[in-house]
Write a protein that binds this ligand. Structure first.
Ligand SMILES: NC(=O)C1=CN([C@@H]2O[C@H](COP(=O)(O)OP(=O)(O)OC[C@H]3O[C@@H](n4cnc5c(N)ncnc54)[C@H](OP(=O)(O)O)[C@@H]3O)[C@@H](O)[C@H]2O)C=CC1
Ligand SMILES: Nc1nc2c(c(=O)[nH]1)N=C([C@H](O)[C@@H](O)CO)CN2
Length: 240
């Protein structure tokens, strides 16, 4: 991918795990980076020390999303790419009213990408053919559904559909694609029994880690032709 030092790559939810790994990957290439963060982890200080711009943002409300968009526009007049990584993996549970779960999932996985793509369109355009990218981070469950993360899966399915809508709207200057992972990284609280069961669900039987996503992002940013598509990163899970 050609370096765009004056055109930052924007990563939402860049404070930990995949988003954080993406931020460091691009900073190491001397590619300018803007990340949104909700919690100020020590990792945010490290990104700033490495030259990244870190902007606090909570996408729980439309006002929070739009305030973030305005702050980004105050910091830059163009963007190389927008990576919609921010997400919450909420399950249905007695702890939350169903309406709260549905609203939270739609807010982070639908309102945020929709409003930010619309706000950032002028910053992505005007750079030439296939010169900018949007990548939506969806999920394998878009194609299968989930009985324990119903609202989560539905919201990611909406995000998947928006991939094709925004691809139609923004071509040929801006490519819009999705990455649909299954298990990439475990969470700290995942016990041995859960990990074993989760690993058994794919043919490859591993949790590959952030590099699997980073490598696909690099490919998509380098392409001059691929748009409107979703790329599964699932270890052959549908074939199990
Ligand atoms: N990890 C995996 O195995 C899989 C990941 N994916 C997808 O890949 C992407 C990255 O996954 P992963 O790194 O595990 O994600 P995480 O859940 O670990 O982190 C997501 C980030 O989003 C931020 N975020 C959550 N809610 C909000 C909000 N309301 N406003 C602003 N930011 C928010 C979090 O901030 P904070 O930490 O401050 O809460 C966090 O930094 C996600 O879109 C995920 O759905 C899909 C399938 C599997
Ligand atoms: N925002 C997040 N989304 C998802 C996560 C996560 O940790 N944060 N994790 C998963 C699981 O790894 C799942 O793919 C295992 O089957 C899904 N989405």
């Amino acid at each position: 991918m050609g370096k765009s030092p004056d055109r930052p790559i924007l990563i939402t939810g860049g404070g930990r795990r995949i988003g954080l790994a993406l931020a460091h990957h691009f900073l190491a290439q001397h590619q300018s980076v803007i990340v949104s963060y909700r919690t100020r982890y020590p990792a945010i200080d490290v990104i700033e020390e490495a030259g990244g711009i870190c902007i606090e943002a909570d996408f729980c409300t439309d006002d929070g999303i739009l305030a973030f968009a305005e702050e980004v526009k105050r910091r830059t007049t163009s963007l190389r790419a927008v990576l919609h990584n921010a997400s919450a993996w909420m399950s249905e549970s007695p702890a939350h009213k169903p309406a709260e779960v549905l609203s939270a999932m739609l807010q982070i996985h639908v309102h945020a990408p929709y409003l930010l793509n619309t706000a950032f369109e002028p910053l992505l355009r005007g750079q030439g053919h296939a010169a900018a990218d949007i990548i939506h981070f969806t999920d394998y469950v878009v194609e299968r559904g989930s009985d324990k993360h119903i609202a989560y899966a539905a919201s990611k399915a909406a995000l998947d559909n928006m991939t094709r809508s925004f691809a139609k709207k923004m071509a040929p200057e801006v490519k819009v694609n999705a990455i649909a992972p299954s298990l990439i990284l475990f969470n700290e609280g995942d016990d041995a029994e859960y990990r074993q069961k989760a690993l058994s669900k794919s043919l490859m039987k591993t949790a590959p880690g952030e590099k699997e996503i980073i490598d696909l992002v690099d490919y998509l940013l380098t392409s001059c032709f691929v748009t409107g598509r979703s790329f599964a990163v699932d270890g052959g899970r549908p074939l199990r």
